[in-house]
Design a protein around this ligand. Structure first.
Ligand SMILES: Nc1ncnc2c1ncn2[C@@H]1O[C@H](COP(=O)(O)OP(=O)(O)OP(=O)(O)O)[C@@H](O)[C@H]1O
Ligand SMILES: [Mg+2]
Length: 267
């Protein structure tokens, strides 16, 4: 069993987006999501898919039940990898406090998503401190979320990296030692379209997209039999699906941290 927990004392930074949309793409071997959040319930449309992701929501008051269930997976040595998505503010604190007595605490890999708001640096510092209170050794990763331009990432995240131009000191060094890796998630306009228009999670949507694109010729033959309107509609869909697959690749590459390699000198 492997556990990845997404935490930040700040709300609305992309914890659930990571858990439900990004991690299923970049960590396909993690198929179970524990959403420990009283205020949000993220509904997954599980359409009996073979590779389906199973999500379970726990009210923060029932956190013990969630942790006991995880402990049981560990004890049974079940081949099950778990993503934990914690809710805003207090939920992250309560979660981090509650795991302190669990034997699996050191094996959790933590991810702290953040966006570029100046104030969020303090939340990163606070969240790291809370993690370190319960585990001295657990791996902590930072996820720079909603990145507009990979090549100008440091300019966007001047809350962390500072700016020579503007005379703002970098604060990154204050947390650098505690952070194992920095991951990057692009600002995903496509996600909004898929959520809004198709009412699906990215992974489910992409599965449909792949199956259509992989069988393009077969579908086109069917559409052409139905006439021009169906054919043109089908082609439009196909084009969008191809864009979505490109986008999947972009998300995967960004997350896998090409950025860090390109700017390795400072590390
Ligand atoms: N990389 C991204 N690209 C586009 N939109 C994003 C991205 N990350 C987050 N969002 C949007 O920002 C909003 C907040 O994200 P999300 O719900 O994932 O945050 P959260 O940390 O889980 O919030 P909470 O603390 O309330 O649980 C959502 O509308 C989400 O769609
Ligand atoms: Mg959330």
């Amino acid at each position: 069993m492997k556990i990845k927990a997404i935490v930040n004392t700040k709300g609305g930074v992309g914890k659930s987006t990571l858990a439900f949309n990004v991690f299923p793409i970049v960590f396909p071997e993690f198929k179970k999501i524990y959403e420990i959040d009283s205020s949000n319930i993220t509904k997954l449309e599980n359409k009996e898919k073979e590779n389906k992701i199973v999500a379970e929501n726990f009210d923060i008051k029932k956190i013990d039940i969630a942790l006991d269930k995880i402990d049981m997976v560990e004890m049974e040595e079940r081949d099950e990898n778990i993503i934990i998505d914690t809710g805003a503010g207090a939920d992250t604190k309560i979660f981090l406090d509650a795991i302190s007595s669990e034997s699996f605490v050191d094996s959790i890999e933590f991810y702290i998503p953040t966006n570029d708001d100046w104030e969020q640096f303090q939340n990163i510092v606070d969240t790291i401190a809370l993690i370190r209170k319960v585990s001295k050794t657990a791996k902590i990763n930072l996820v720079l979320n909603r990145v507009h331009d990979m090549l100008n990432l440091e300019k966007q995240f001047l809350n962390l990296f500072g700016s020579k131009e503007l005379g703002i000191d970098s604060r990154f060094e204050q947390v650098q030692e505690e952070i194992s890796q920095i991951h990057v998630v692009p600002n995903m306009q496509m996600l909004g379209i898929i959520k809004g228009q198709y009412k699906q999670f990215l992974k489910d949507f992409l599965e449909t997209a792949h199956s259509l694109v992989d069988n393009e010729q077969k579908y086109k033959k069917e559409w052409v039999k139905e006439g021009e309107e169906t054919f043109l509609k089908g082609k439009k869909k196909l084009r969008f699906f191809k864009k979505a697959i490109e986008f999947e690749e972009t998300v995967r590459n960004a997350f896998n941290n090409e950025w860090k390699k390109a700017n390795d000198d400072d590390w």
